[in-house]
Design a protein around this ligand. Structure first.
Ligand SMILES: Nc1ncnc2c1ncn2[C@@H]1O[C@H](COP(=O)(O)OP(=O)(O)OP(=O)(O)O)[C@@H](O)[C@H]1O
Length: 262
């Protein structure tokens, strides 16, 4: 028998109760992320991307449907999913090493084991020399590299990335995109990332799920057949730009006028 895919989102809907009545934010979302795949969810602001990622993380319950991780239903947060958020979330009073080993300490791993694992992941994210630095001594890009190491050190089944480069300037963002791809290629980790930056999604993803405006639905699943070895130069190729333009056109067509969303 073949193994189940790492992540299955099965007919997930989410309804929030608000002062002005029920608000349907996600409507029958179905998608699958296979082991080793890099999937991106793109969509306009407010279409429910963060809500969906929160459901996958187990921080939020779906109103209908279910999420399976390697065939097992998600019933809450767990170390099998590593999260990185847009806003820097390192503990300011802990060193880079202290931040990265935090989860391992909670899980009562021995000191020598922790040191070996943390050293390995700090090496992977290129922060070995900054192990003893406090977060305030790091640039925004370095903070996000530390956050990625902190998420990966638990060796999760999947990395969940919520606009991790959204707060960075353009140049740092591109450097981090290349960096993330190299880490993913080297480790083979499975990734689900949300972003509203379509160019970023095309550069990083093997498969893109384009969401319609609220209520969020999967408008289209787009494979990205650009090969796995990508450098920033590929953003200027016709094949890249065609995929980007198709997704932008699709999102624009699905974005109602502001009056209609009220
Ligand atoms: N706890 C909540 N109660 C009520 N409404 C909520 C709640 N959380 C989110 N929403 C609403 O659900 C909708 C989707 O929000 P969400 O943050 O998931 O969208 P998003 O696509 O991630 O947006 P952005 O790209 O701007 O972060 C928004 O209209 C938001 O106001």
């Amino acid at each position: 028998m073949t193994d189940p895919p790492t992540l299955q989102i099965r007919h997930v809907s989410k309804l929030f109760s608000t002062k002005s009545g029920p608000l349907l934010v996600l409507d029958d979302i179905a998608m699958t992320v296979k082991a080793g795949e890099f999937a991106c969810l793109v969509g306009a602001s407010g279409c429910g991307k963060s809500t969906l990622l929160g459901i996958v993380a187990g921080l939020e319950d779906p109103s209908a449907g279910e999420v399976l991780l390697s065939g097992t239903p998600v019933a809450g947060p767990g170390a099998d999913r590593g999260m990185v958020f847009q806003n820097y979330t390192l503990y300011p009073w802990l060193s880079v090493r202290g931040n990265v080993e935090f989860g391992l300490k909670l899980r009562k791993q021995s000191a020598p084991e922790r040191r070996e694992r943390v050293d390995h992941y700090l090496e992977i994210v290129g922060l070995a020399k900054f192990a003893d630095s406090l977060p305030r001594a790091l640039s925004g890009g370095m903070k996000q590299r530390a956050a990625i190491a902190r998420a990966m050190v638990n060796e999760p089944q999947i990395l969940l990335l919520d606009e991790p480069f959204g707060a960075l300037d353009c140049q740092t963002k591109e450097t981090l995109q290349e960096f993330l791809l190299s880490v993913v290629r080297r480790t083979g980790i499975t990734v689900l990332m949300i972003t509203h930056d379509v160019e970023e999604a095309v550069f990083l993803a093997d498969r893109i799920y384009a969401m319609s405006a609220r209520p969020g639905r999967i408008a289209r699943e787009v494979p990205v057949p650009l090969g796995r070895e990508r450098s920033l130069g590929c953003k200027r190729t016709a094949a890249f730009q065609q995929i980007e333009q198709d997704i932008l056109d699709l999102l624009r067509a699905r974005q109602p006028l502001a009056e209609e969303t009220r």
